[in-house]
Design a protein around this ligand. Structure first.
Ligand code: ACO
Ligand code: HSE
Length: 488
């Protein structure tokens, strides 16, 4: 077990019993989802966080598989005490459909033929990926996810979740992503696909029991990998340094370190990824477009989640302008949205590396709980004409210690506490108006938990009525609810 890690983990598999109707109109049956979970789902099932991976990711986001030399791909932010704190949250990470890491994809066996799907696999979209993830989330009995988070293609899934399932996502963190793929992004993907399909070994996708199209896939990855870095980071890593030689060789062998590095990245990729999956997943990325008739404001109009967009200043593949476009559209729809930019020289892949900035921004956003997130809305109230006995009966029946006193229009005029009741008995006073507190300390639904916790401590009170700008009662918040947050 490594320090601050979830330790040894295993991938699990869920078989979805119903057919998955895809955006294309086709259906996919016998769908399997590969997933991992970290942390514990709480009793209320409201601490679930879904992780969505990028192009070549998988379900193994954190911890260590038996015998591995490297942890999961987002180990830097998942684990005890990290921003995706496994002592607080139940983290779910799954492999997308169309992928090749355990979820159903083109290398899976087609139940109709008994052979690998190859190109018989239907084209899937980002929306289809989230639909499959939704089956997994429902499998855990989760009605609302506390958060959905992901970078790059993972960020597309995050945005799709907020559009397809607006009620199911409390907080969303799309990182280094876009709401619609740009011509340049599509262009790079198409060059990668052409590298694969031009490899004779690709054989129209039918290669599973033959030669793997290694050259094509490796070349596709080399091209793509350049787009994940920045010019600056390439200078920092390699400069113009030569690889294992002192002089340039005046031939077409490898000269520079950067060439060697790219070849290495290409070769390693072939060992862990399927060429057909690369075609399907890049297509899903290309098709991604959340706008409606060209309008992103329209496309994002039903979003209800709180959103924290994270962009990377050196990312030229998913430039900050695309994140700002999402920000503008969400602002136009009056969505509660924040925007942060990572300062990094790494380029697009900074979302896998900048642990300090990521942990800070994510933890702050996840912990930024407001009164409206926890307030009890269905509360019992009484009018000031009520009798003291009415208050006592209400408190006993509902196991409560505070009863707000309101007008017919629900305007807060006072509060009676169990302490006030004792006082009424001690002083033989039977007039509600005489014992109730009139100068009630209140809060607003948009106040932060820190603000109200300080207020409660300062005035030594255990309950605050929540009111709007016209003193209309919206609910109550208690110290019990706050301590529940800490132990959740
Ligand atoms: C996002 C998801 O959802 S999951 C998918 C994420 N994972 C990947 O993309 C895997 C491939 N990508 C990478 O490795 C990415 O660059 C990162 C961001 C994950 C890692 O970045 P860094 O830590 O900066 O590693 P870097 O890019 O320098 O690569 C290091 C590797 O290159 C090798 N390398 C470095 N220089 C050279 C060179 N001159 N010649 C050959 N190989 C070289 C290193 O030996 C090292 O190999 P290893 O990965 O087997 O240990
Ligand atoms: N390097 C990452 C980011 C791609 O967006 C991956 O391979 O998935």
């Amino acid at each position: 077990m490594k320090k601050e890690s979830v330790g040894t983990v295993e991938t699990e598999y869920l078989d979805i019993t119903s057919e998955l109707k895809l955006e294309s109109g086709k259906t996919l049956k016998n769908v399997t989802i590969a997933y991992e979970t970290y942390g514990t789902l709480n009793k209320n099932k409201d601490n679930g966080i879904l992780i969505c991976h990028a192009l070549s990711g998988d379900a193994h986001a954190a911890g260590w598989h038996e015998g591995d030399t490297k942890p999961g791909w987002w180990e830097i932010i998942i684990g005890p005490g990290k921003s995706l704190d496994t002592e607080k949250y139940f983290i779910i990470s799954s492999n997308v459909i169309g992928g090749c890491k355990g979820s159903t994809g083109p290398s899976s066996i087609n139940p109709d033929t008994g052979e690998e799907y190859g190109l018989d696999f239907p084209v899937v979209t980002i929306k289809d990926m989230t639909k499959a993830q939704n089956e997994l989330v429902k499998h855990f009995g989760i009605k609302q996810l506390f958060a959905v988070i992901g970078g790059s293609m993972g960020g597309m899934q995050v945005l799709q979740w907020t559009v397809s399932y607006p009620e199911m996502v409390k907080k969303a963190i799309p990182i280094a992503t876009t709401a619609r793929s740009s011509p340049q992004q599509i262009a790079f993907n198409e060059v990668g696909r052409q590298a694969i399909v031009s490899d004779p070994a690709w054989n129209k996708g039918d290669y599973y029991s033959k030669n793997f199209p290694e050259n094509g896939l490796s070349l596709a990855r080399m091209i793509a990998h350049i787009t994940y870095l920045s010019d600056e980071s390439m200078y920092e890593k390699f400069g113009r340094n030569l690889q294992n030689k002192d002089k340039i060789s005046y031939d077409f062998e490898l000269d520079f370190q950067v060439e060697s590095y790219l070849h290495y990245q290409g070769k390693s990729f072939v060992k862990r990824f399927d060429a057909n999956s690369y075609l399907y997943i890049t297509k899903a990325i290309d098709y991604f477009d959340l706008s409606i008739n060209g309008s992103l404001i329209q496309g994002l109009k039903n979003v209800k989640s709180k959103i924290n967009i994270i962009a990377i200043d050196s990312d030229w593949l998913y430039p900050t302008s695309q994140s700002k476009e999402i920000l503008t559209a969400l602002n136009a729809n009056e969505v509660d949205v924040k925007y942060h930019e990572l300062q990094s020289s790494y380029g697009h892949d900074a979302f896998l590396l900048e642990h300090g900035q990521l942990n800070y921004i994510i933890a702050k956003f996840l912990q930024d709980i407001q009164v409206e997130d926890i307030l009890s809305e269905n509360i019992s109230t009484l009018s000031k004409d009520a009798k003291i006995e009415d208050v006592a009966i209400l408190m006993m029946d509902e196991y409560i210690t505070h009863v707000p006193i309101v007008t017919e229009d629900n305007i807060l005029v006072g509060i009676v506490t169990a302490w006030d009741l004792s006082k009424s008995i001690a002083t033989s006073c039977d007039n509600l108006e005489a014992i109730m507190t009139r100068n009630v300390k209140t809060c607003k639904s948009t106040d932060s938990i820190e603000t109200i916790a300080r207020k409660m401590k300062k005035y030594d009170i255990s309950c605050l009525p929540v009111v709007d700008d016209n003193s209309k009662l919206e609910g109550l918040v208690t110290t019990d609810q706050i301590s529940h947050l800490m132990t959740n």
